[in-house]
Design a binder for this molecule. Structure first.
Ligand code: SAM
Length: 219
C-alpha cells in the first residue's frame, strides 16, 4: 500500500540532491532553481529515460513507477550506467509512487515540459476506466503541472485505449493536437516505441500502435 513509500508533502520537499547529486552537490554551489522537466509516468524498466538522458543531457527527468521491484531495477540500472559512463546519466532518476494520486506533490504549476504515458495498463472493463492514467480529471492535474507549450505523449497497442486517450485529450480545453510536421520534426516521437521495453515487445510481435500527442495551451 501507499504507506510503504515516502511521498513529499509538496514539490520543494523533493530531495534533488539525492536523485541528481551531480547537479546538486551537497557542499558547493548549485542552481537551486533547476527542476525536473520531463516525467515518464509508469516508466516500467526505464528504457525511455535511458534514451532521453543523452539526448537532453542538461534536462532533469524522473520516472514514476508503482511496482517496488521494477523501481529498484531502474535505480540500479541508472547507477550502473553512471558508474560505467562517468559524467553521463546524471540527469535521470526514478521514484516509486502512485502517479494517479501524487503528481501535485512532485511538480509545481507549469514545471514540466514533457509528460509521457507510454503503453499504460488498459483497464478494459468499463467499471475500471476510472483507473486509467489518462482521464478528464487527471488531465486537469497534468495541465496544471505542464508549462504552456509543454507536450503530453501517449501511445498504446490497445486500440480502444488509444481512442479513449485521444478522446480525453481532444475534449479537454487545455490541450491541442500536434500537427504531422511537428511530429515528424520531434526526435522524441520515434523513441516512444523504439526506446520503451513495451514498445519493443509490440514491434517484435508485429503489433500496431496508436499515438495521441498533444500540447498544453491556454484557451
Ligand atoms: N512505459 C513502460 C514501457 O512502455 O515499457 C512500461 C509500460 S507497463 C505496461 C505500465 C507500467 O505502469 C507498469 O510498470 C506499472 O507498474 C506502471 N503503473 C501502473 N499504474 C501506476 C501508477 N498508478 N503509478 C505509477 N506507475 C503505475
Amino acid at each position: 500500500s501507499d504507506s510503504h513509500f515516502p511521498v513529499p508533502l509538496f514539490p520543494s520537499q523533493f530531495d534533488y540532491s539525492l536523485h541528481y547529486p551531480h547537479f546538486f552537490p551537497a557542499s558547493s554551489e548549485h542552481d537551486s532553481s533547476k527542476r525536473i522537466q520531463f516525467a515518464d509516468i509508469g516508466c516500467g524498466f526505464g528504457g525511455l529515460l535511458v534514451s532521453l538522458s543523452t539526448l537532453f543531457p542538461d534536462t532533469l527527468m524522473i520516472g514514476m513507477e508503482i511496482r517496488d521491484k521494477v523501481t529498484e531495477y531502474v535505480k540500479e540500472r541508472i547507477l550502473g550506467l553512471r558508474a560505467t559512463n562517468p559524467g553521463q546519466y546524471q540527469n535521470i532518476s526514478v521514484v516509486r509512487t502512485n502517479s494517479m494520486k501524487y503528481i501535485p506533490n512532485y511538480f509545481g504549476k507549469g514545471q514540466l515540459r514533457k509528460m509521457f504515458f507510454l503503453f499504460p495498463d488498459p483497464h478494459f472493463k468499463e467499471k475500471n476506466h476510472r483507473r486509467r492514467v489518462i482521464s478528464p480529471h487527471l488531465l486537469d492535474e497534468y495541465a496544471y503541472a505542464l508549462a504552456e507549450g509543454g507536450i503530453i505523449y501517449t501511445i498504446t497497442d490497445v486500440e480502444e485505449l488509444g481512442e479513449w486517450m485521444k478522446g480525453c485529450l481532444e475534449d479537454h480545453p487545455m490541450f491541442e493536437v500536434l500537427g504531422d510536421e511537428e511530429l515528424e520534426a520531434d526526435p522524441v516521437v520515434k523513441l516512444l516505441s523504439s526506446a520503451t521495453e513495451e514498445g519493443q515487445k509490440v514491434a517484435r510481435n508485429g503489433g500496431q500502435t496508436f499515438r495521441a500527442i498533444y500540447r498544453r495551451i491556454t484557451p
